[in-house]
Design a protein around this ligand. Structure first.
Ligand code: IVH
Length: 691
């Protein structure tokens, strides 16, 4: 794999972790550095730039658990500057298309870069009608019900401005609320959030708005999209927004020179720790809208704005202990437990140390004073010890040789691997717990009643040997755990409400679509991104179990690594036994049934679905196509027969048009399914791209 491909793959994965899973695994600064490397490669080799490159994309696309919505106007991202010199260089670049006098005269709106997530609010005649996350910039997720619970977002605007007003801003969680929320989660023995940004994103994307309502979310405007009012400046837009009752920042300043911009950045940096919420930099925007329009935008960011990112912050604290945790795949990870310390706005007391050789490389001893770095919104990192502070009482960390959870001897998976793993894959309680939590997660079978508490009780009580047994749980087995008991005076305990709910939800989960089961199986590299594509090609578990590595790697976006992971998963006896147990329990009932009776109206066609399709999620649309005999793929090529294009089809539509691929409007999708391609194609020359 070339470095370019490697960077594209890594950055795509990291973006997904950050935006969709709300669980980033790398510091932002590392992400930024990789992105810069990719940009440099593409600058030197423009032929490598494709619309799919992370340099060209705004976000990872919408999560299909929410209804996709197309924004009235595109939501762009921001280009970053990592030094004040780069901010000056930004202005310098603008001077090739506009004079310095005109630019300075227009002014620069300086703002905080709030660490939250962008949302788009659509008001019609002053009434909030829809709220969506940014998604890929064109299509976001409909989070209206959740946004309605945020008290700083008015349901009606003062003065009722007529027509559509599209308000952009940041939803975030103030620090005090974040600490309270995490404290409450600790009390409930639930997973805490790594930082306020994740907490805000996670809270906004909860399924139950009543829970979102309990989360301390706040909002500040940072822009305006479609609007019928006559607005010539961003500063004027903010005045209108404030007059309509929307929250605007009191920290924004309009200035007229780069020296003042620098002073703003300095001042904001100095006040950063006194703010009620986290910020990771400053944003500088050209104020006059006509100049903004003249400067335009690249595919992902406007030229008229730049985000200055604060440098990472370093503090020192005491390393109290190094402990180890066991993950879903058995990886044993040492982590630092530190004296709580405030860094870049939030309090940190734990940080991963990745593996034993990292601990050695960093040279840290238990009891050391250590340097801790946090780049604003990112995962904290222990950089190393302050050797001069040593007293002689420090201890060397010993990586355990036995699994702290099940006592198995730890081993690297392959010779030379730095990570140690617990080989007791099937029944190490830690691994089983993590797999069950994953199985029940929203991306998996979405079984709310199988949360951390329930999983802990089920594993500790020995109610299951592995996940193969989950559908065999009964009222009797659950009753052996106190968590699922309700005591009745003078009688034997009966099944508690949560126990009954869990059983009902397990029953309901049996008919979940096959791609959810694929995620639930914890096959390495098979997440919610590729699972629907795999399920579209192999709609039942038996089809999939028989597929060869070679056949699997033919599926779009399934490379050799994923194909290998699937085949090796099926090669393990107890994995196949899980499948058999699930089948025997009546689970996976929803998979692969539809294709049997449906007329094969699309036999032999290769179809790509892009953008929103009314009434269908992307998975459902792909499954519907496959159920009628077609192959569903994710990207347009010369082998594509049909592109079903909905709002937000974007670059795929452009590509299909340029390749002369038949394009079918998503409004005709149901007819396409029912009656086949001929029914929706008007004539031989219509709807085709250039010949
Ligand atoms: S303006 C076209 N202003 O930063 C302009 N964004 O890294 C797009 N953000 O998606 C956004 N504070 O979520 C803007 N004062 C601010 C901001 C801000 C935070 C976020 C926003 C955006 C991201 C880009």
């Amino acid at each position: 794999m070339s470095r370019h491909q490697q960077l594209c793959a890594l950055l795509t994965q990291y973006r997904w972790e950050y935006y969709v899973a709300d669980a980033p695994t790398v510091p932002d600064a590392d992400f930024d550095a990789l992105m810069r490397e990719l940009e440099a490669i593409e600058a030197a080799h423009p032929e490598l730039v494709t619309p799919e490159s992370p340099t060209q994309q705004i976000g990872p696309g919408a999560d299909l658990s929410f209804t996709p919505v197309t924004h009235p106007s595109q939501m762009l991202s921001l280009d970053n500057a990592f030094s004040t010199d780069e901010v000056r260089a930004w202005r310098q670049r603008l001077l090739t298309s506009i004079s310095a006098e005109v630019l300075d005269e227009s002014g620069y709106m300086c703002e905080m870069k709030i660490d939250g997530l962008a949302v788009d609010l659509v008001y019609v005649d002053g009434v909030l009608t829809r709220a969506a996350t940014r998604g890929d910039g064109r299509v976001g997720e409909d989070v209206t019900a959740n946004v309605r619970t945020i008290s700083s977002i008015p349901a009606r605007l003062t003065g009722r401005p007529t027509g559509t007003v599209e308000v952009r801003g940041e939803v975030f969680m103030p620090l005090a609320g974040f600490t309270d929320l995490n404290d409450a989660l600790i009390d409930e023995r639930k997973k805490t959030f790594a930082n306020p940004r994740n907490a805000a994103a996670g809270s906004l994307r909860l399924k139950d708005p009543r829970v979102t309502a309990t989360r301390p979310l706040s909002f500040l405007c940072h822009g305006i999209g479609v609007c019928e009012a006559d607005i010539d400046r961003l500063s004027t837009a903010y005045e209108h927004l404030a007059a309509w009752g929307l929250p605007t920042s009191s920290h924004a300043r309009l200035v007229h020179s780069m020296d003042e911009v620098m002073a703003y950045i300095d001042d904001l940096g100095a006040r950063r720790d006194t703010l009620a919420h986290e910020i990771d930099g400053a944003v500088v925007k050209v104020d006059e809208i006509s100049i903004q329009q003249g400067l335009g935008a690249t595919t992902r960011a406007p030229r008229w704005a730049i985000a200055y990112k604060f440098p990472p912050v370093e503090v020192t604290t005491k390393l109290l202990d190094i402990r180890v945790g066991v993950g879903r795949t058995g990886r044993v990870t040492p982590y630092a437990v530190m004296e709580p310390v405030k860094v870049a706005g939030s309090t940190v007391e734990m940080a991963t140390l990745h593996n034993a050789s990292e601990v050695q490389r960093k040279g840290v001893l238990i009891g050391d004073t250590v340097i801790l770095r946090k780049a604003g919104d990112v995962i904290p990192e222990v950089l190393g010890p302050v050797v001069s502070d040593r007293t002689g009482d420090e201890r060397v960390f010993q990586m355990p040789t036995l699994c702290p959870e099940c006592g198995s001897e730890l081993k690297p998976e392959k010779l030379g691997d730095v990570d140690l793993r617990c080989p007791n894959r099937r029944s190490c309680p830690a691994q089983l717990r993590e797999r069950l939590i994953h199985l029940a997660s929203r991306q998996g079978l979405d079984i709310e009643g199988l949360g951390e508490k329930a999983v802990d009780a089920i594993v500790a009580g020995g109610l299951v040997t592995d996940e193969g047994d989950v559908f065999d749980l009964t009222a009797d087995t659950l009753l052996t755990c106190s968590l699922f008991q309700k005591t009745v005076k003078g009688a034997d305990p009966v099944l508690s409400k949560i126990g009954a709910k869990l059983l009902a939800q397990l029953q309901e989960a049996k008919t979940k679509p096959f791609d959810r089961y694929l995620v639930a199986l914890s096959i390495r590299h098979v997440g919610k991104g590729v699972a629907p594509l795999i399920a579209a090609r192999y709609p039942t578990i038996d089809d999939l179990a028989q597929a060869s590595e070679e056949e699997l790697s033919q599926i779009d976006q399934v490379g050799p690594t994923v194909a290998e992971a699937i085949c090796s998963w099926f090669a393990v006896d107890w994995h196949r036994a899980i499948v058999e147990k699930w089948k025997a329990a009546g689970a996976m009932a929803g998979s692969g049934e539809a294709p049997l009776d449906l007329p094969q109206t699309l036999q032999g066609l290769t179809i790509v679905v892009s953008g929103s399709v009314p009434g269908f999620s992307r998975d459902e649309a792909n499954r519907a196509v496959v159920a009628r005999g077609a192959k569903a793929t994710g990207s347009v090529s010369k082998n594509t027969d049909v592109l079903v294009a909905g709002d937000g089809a974007g670059s795929k539509l452009d590509k299909a048009t340029s390749l002369g691929v038949q394009v079918v409007d998503s409004a005709l999708f149901s007819r396409l399914l029912e009656e086949g391609l001929d029914a929706v194609v008007s004539g031989p020359d219509e709807g085709r791209g250039p010949e």
